[in-house]
Write a protein that binds this ligand. Sequence first.
Ligand SMILES: [Zn+2]
Length: 79
Amino acid sequence: MQIKHYFLILAALHATNAIAQDMSAKEALVDANIRSIFYHELGHAVISEMNVPIFGQEEDAADVMSVLLIDALYEEEAA
Ligand SMILES: [Zn+2]
């Protein structure tokens, strides 16, 4: 998957935020896990495609990237 595909998925995820408002607790948990996995994988794509230098394990860097993206893109309560 090319990085542009991840950004298209990112746009789609943001488009579904309004729908996410009416979810049950279980649905919200599943939604949050899918989103966190997506941002982790997006972190791998950014590291790979943009040759981002990492210090340590790439899995840890992808986790940090996902946290930074979620912090930047979501309101505090939603994050
Ligand atoms: Zn990973």
